[in-house]
Design a protein around this ligand. Structure first.
Ligand code: AHR
Length: 496
């Protein structure tokens, strides 16, 4: 049976912030060290210590914002240890992630240099769990004060005359857990206090993000919005897609059953329920939707690759991951009024990464290609899309709709529709009614798909999964008829 989609191309809704396509890089495993930072003396080609191949690849997907330095690491990080001559920097133990020595060679200056190379905006997460108000306040002064002050002078001594432009600042991370095991009432008060001293200097306007709930902790959202909503610009939410049990076994990234595929898709779709419910609470306190819901950690989380350090969270990435990313980004697009930013975890060599490296080698994951295809939605305007989901993917006990989608229109009037087929075995016949268009003359498409559920790119076969041109459609006036294969993501570009 054909599935019908109606797209109202002439009805403009909220702008899909490009920041929804943001990323996250923590001092965890081989994300920063090896993945980004190899040092100036490395034989791996680099610019001032930062890998050239990685920068070149990430620039192509237009990363709009990058969150750093954590994660759990943020609430143990003392920024002053990471500035000044590198050889003098204090060494510490990264207690959260593998108990390895952190030499602080990648600090504020190096991170800001990376952002400049990537042409991306920095999103810094400050330390509430084990840091002082003064420490947080001075970090912002160090980065953004233009004039004479103790921190600005120190920044200049360390080689940076002009302040950096910094917009996004997080006041702690997961303060219900690794960031201090706090109750929401306690954190709400701490948030109010810490953010008071996160000053806006000169023309630098900050967007302050409060540490938000874990998954479905709606009470946390309620308390934070009630007690501190007027003092924040954003509230974070963390949710990972895990087909198994977080503590007992999350499941393999590459060796998984049909049921694990099913659970992965179903749990990815759960993001929609979470956003809907957290939005409803936020609407109560902030009906004008001033405060953004910032999903600054999301993605798949599987068991680490066999033989790798369990504290490094290194996992492979398959077509399944790419579909999870496609579904999740569609959900964010469809909630663009409230979701102002999102940051997939984590850019390189950790969790649902864009890039995997092995010494001087680098590969792009299926998720990287998905982000590449979805760039078209960045800063475009959401347009309404309705699906009559005639087909579901079902087990004996449960089911979910086969197709997930979103649509946008950019400044040039080009409509983009992204469609995910979450069914691992069945293709989908789809009719799209492009309402509000006079003709659909110029259509092109891209597809990301595979024939094996666990298809992936490896260092030996780096191009197993990559986007191809999609021609599987016919046009009748303003109706499109298409067939999209099982486990695929298609992005259509339609011009009048
Ligand atoms: O992304 C890995 C970890 O997951 C982060 O450090 C933490 O914030 C979350 O629990």
């Amino acid at each position: 049976m054909v599935q019908n989609i109606i797209v109202n191309t002439d009805v403009k809704q909220a702008k899909i912030s490009k920041h929804i396509y943001g990323h996250f890089a923590e001092h965890l495993g081989r994300c920063i060290y090896e993945g980004v930072w190899v040092g100036e003396d490395s034989h791996i080609p680099n610019t001032n210590g930062i890998r050239n191949d990685v920068v070149e690849a990430l620039k192509k997907i237009n990363i709009p914002v990058l969150r750093w330095p954590g994660g759990c690491f943020a609430d143990e990080y003392h920024w002053k240890d990471g500035v000044g001559p590198r050889n003098n920097r204090k060494r510490m133990v990264n207690t959260h992630w593998g108990g390895v020595v952190e030499n602080n060679h990648f600090g504020t200056h190096e991170f800001m240099m990376l952002c400049q190379m990537l042409e991306t905006e920095p999103y810094i997460c400050g330390n509430v769990g084990s840091g002082t108000v003064q420490e947080m306040s001075e970090w912002v002064e160090y980065m953004t004060f233009d004039g004479e002050s103790p921190m600005a002078d120190w920044r200049q001594e360390n080689g940076k005359k002009e302040p950096w432009k910094l917009t996004y600042f997080g006041v702690g991370n997961e303060n219900w857990g690794c960031g201090g095991n706090m109750r929401p009432e306690f954190y709400a008060d701490l948030y109010r206090r810490y953010q008071t001293y996160v000053r806006q200097y000169g023309n630098n306007t900050l967007y302050k993000i409060a540490g938000g709930p874990n998954v479905d902790d709606y009470n946390w959202t309620e308390v934070l919005m009630r007690e501190a909503g007027s003092m924040m610009d954003g509230l974070s939410l963390h949710y990972y897609t895990i087909p198994g049990d977080f503590w007992k076994g999350k499941g393999s990234a590459t060796n998984f059953s049909d049921n694990e595929w099913f659970l992965t898709m179903q749990r990815a779709l759960h993001m929609d329920t979470l956003i809907t419910n957290h939005r409803a609470i936020m609407d109560k306190y902030d009906p004008d939707e001033r405060v953004g819901l910032i999903i600054d950690e999301w993605g798949t989380w599987f068991d680490v690759e066999p033989g790798t350090n369990p504290g490094f969270l290194y996992q492979q990435n398959t077509i399944r991951d790419a579909i999870v990313a496609g579904v999740t980004l569609n959900i964010f697009n469809n909630h663009a009024e409230r979701v102002h930013m999102a940051n997939i975890a984590q850019t390189i060599n950790v969790l649902q990464a864009m890039i995997l490296t092995d010494k001087e080698k680098m590969i792009l994951t299926p998720t990287y290609h998905l982000f590449d295809m979805y760039q078209v939605h960045q800063d475009a305007v959401k347009i309404p899309l309705h699906i009559n989901n005639a087909h579901t993917v079902a087990t004996d006990e449960d089911s979910f709709p086969q197709i997930n989608a979103s649509a946008s229109k950019n400044d040039s009037g080009i409509v983009h529709i992204s469609l995910c087929n979450m069914d691992a075995y069945h293709s989908a016949d789809i009719n799209i009614d492009l309402r509000g268009m006079i003709s659909a003359a110029n259509i092109s498409g891209k597809i990301l798909t595979a024939t094996e559920k666990n298809a992936r790119n490896t260092f030996e076969q780096p191009e197993n999964v990559k986007p191809e041109t999609f021609n599987g459609f016919v046009t009748k006036d303003t109706t499109l008829e298409l067939n999209i294969p099982a486990m695929s993501v298609v992005v259509l570009s339609i011009e009048e």
